[in-house]
Design a protein around this ligand. Structure first.
Ligand code: UT7
Length: 333
C-alpha cells in the first residue's frame, strides 16, 4: 500500500549554503596522519567546507532558506511552518528553527527542530508535506543543516575526514495533481544506536569534565557495520518505492542518495540495478553534511538543469539511530 498524501504536495523552490572555508584532503594531511590517496578511493571525498569558530547551524540555514524564498519570490512573512532537520543545532534550546524564524523575519510561522541524523531531511520533508496535505497549512519551509565540524574528533582519523558543514532548504506547497511526493517509507531500528552516536551531552550523560576528557561529545561510529546496514536498507527501501508504484529503475530521471560514502551509494545503486549516471553525487566537494546532503543535491541538480517539472526522482537516506527512508516524487518546480 502506497503512503499517498491526501492531496498533492511538492517542492516549489530550493536553496543552499556552505561555509567559504574549503578544506581539502591535502590540507588535512598536514594536521593528521592521512592522505588524499587513502580518503578519495575509500570515500569519494576530495574536500569539505567547515565553518569558522563561533558559527552555528542557523548561520547556514538562514541564507539557504533565503535563497529558496528568493527563487520562489515568496516573502518570509508568508511562511507558516519552519522545520529544521539537524543533529547539530545552535543550542539544545531554543531550537534552531526559532533562530531561523527570527533572523529571516517569518513573523507568522511556527517551527521546530527534527532529529533523525542523516535521514532528518527526508523525515522533515514528509512531515511538512503531511501538514499541507491535511489541509491545515499551505507554505512550509524545510531545512536540512549540520555543522559536523563541531562534533568530530580530530584525533579519530577514520571519522573526522568524512564530514562537512552545509545547509539545504526547500519550500513545500500544494501542487498540481500527479506532481510532488508520490510515496514514501521511513523506518527506525534503535538496536543500531550504539554503532553511530554522540555518547554524552544529553540527559543520560550530561556534560562533565569526565565526558569531555573521554571525548564523548564527538561522533563515535563503527564504520564497517554502518556501511553494510546503509547499503542494505537504502537499496531495500528504494526498491520498495519503485516496486509498489510500478516503476523500474530506468524510469527515474535522478536517484538522490544520502552522501556518506561513494562506495555505499554505488553499492546501493548496483543492488537496484540503477545506471550510475542517474545518481547525483556531491560528496567529492562537500563530504557528508548529514541532514544537508539531499536538499543540497536537489538544489544543485535543479540549478544544473538535470531535472525538469514532472521528472521522476527517488531520494534515499540512512543514518544514526538507525534511521532510514526513501521518498519518490515527481519534480514540481
Ligand atoms: O551517514 C552515515 C555516516 N557514516 C558512514 O556512512 C560511515 C560508513 N563507513 C565508511 O564509510 C567506512 O567504513 C570508512 C570510510 C569509515 C572506513 O573505511 P574502511 O575501508 O572500513 O577502513 P577501516 O576503518 O577498516 O580502516 C582501514 C585502515 C586502518 O589501518 P590498519 O588498522 O589496517 O592498519 C585504519 O587505521 O585504514 C586506516 N585509516 C586511515 N588511514 C589513513 C582509517 N582512517 C584513515 C585515514 N587515513 N583517514
Amino acid at each position: 500500500m502506497t503512503r499517498r498524501l491526501a492531496r498533492p504536495v511538492g517542492i516549489t523552490a530550493t536553496g543552499q549554503h556552505y561555509p567559504a572555508n574549503r578544506v581539502t584532503n591535502d590540507d588535512l594531511s598536514k594536521v593528521i596522519e592521512t592522505s588524499d590517496e587513502w580518503i578519495r578511493p575509500r570515500t569519494g571525498i576530495g574536500a569539505r567546507h567547515w565553518v569558522e569558530p563561533g558559527q552555528g547551524a542557523s548561520d547556514l540555514a538562514v541564507p539557504a532558506l533565503q535563497m529558496a524564498l528568493d527563487r520562489r519570490g515568496m516573502g518570509a512573512e508568508e511562511l507558516e511552518v519552519i522545520i529544521v532537520a539537524t543533529v547539530t543545532p545552535d543550542t539544545f534550546f531554543p531550537a534552531t528553527a526559532c533562530r531561523v524564524q527570527d533572523a529571516i523575519g517569518a513573523k507568522n510561522a511556527f517551527g521546530f527542530d527534527l532529529s533523525a541524523a542523516c535521514s532528518g531531511f527526508l523525515y522533515a520533508l514528509t512531515t511538512g508535506a503531511a501538514l499541507i496535505a491535511s489541509g491545515t497549512y499551505t507554505k512550509v519551509a524545510v531545512v536540512g543543516v549540520d555543522i559536523m565540524s563541531s562534533i568530530i574528533n580530530m584525533e579519530d582519523r577514520a571519522t573526522c575526514v568524512l564530514f562537512g558543514d552545509g545547509a539545504g532548504a526547500v519550500i513545500l506547497e500544494p501542487v498540481a495533481e500527479g506532481l510532488g511526493i508520490l510515496d514514501f517509507e521511513h523506518r527506525v531500528d534503535g538496536s543500531g544506536g550504539c554503532l553511530l552516536q554522540m555518547p554524552a551531552g544529553g540527559s543520560r550523560k550530561p556534560a562533565s569534565h569526565a565526558t569531555v576528557d573521554a571525548k564523548e561529545h564527538y561522533v563515535h561510529q563503527s564504520g564497517s557495520e554502518v556501511f553494510k546496514s546503509a547499503v542494505r536498507e537504502m537499496a531495500e527501501t528504494s526498491r520498495l518505492m519503485l516496486d509498489r508504484n510500478g516503476f523500474v529503475p530506468t524510469d527515474l530521471r535522478l536517484f538522490v542518495p544520502h552522501q556518506a560514502n561513494i562506495r555505499i551509494m554505488e553499492a546501493a545503486a548496483k543492488r537496484l540495478e540503477l545506471p550510475l549516471d542517474l545518481m547525483v553525487v556531491n560528496i567529492n566537494e562537500y563530504a557528508n553534511t548529514t541532514a544537508a546532503t539531499i536538499p543540497t543535491a536537489l538544489h544543485q541538480s535543479r540549478e544544473a538543469g538535470r531535472m525538469q517539472k514532472g521528472d521522476l526522482v527517488l531520494l534515499s537516506a540512512f543514518g544514526a539511530g538507525f534511521t532510514w527512508g526513501a521518498v519518490l516524487m515527481r519534480w514540481s518546480c
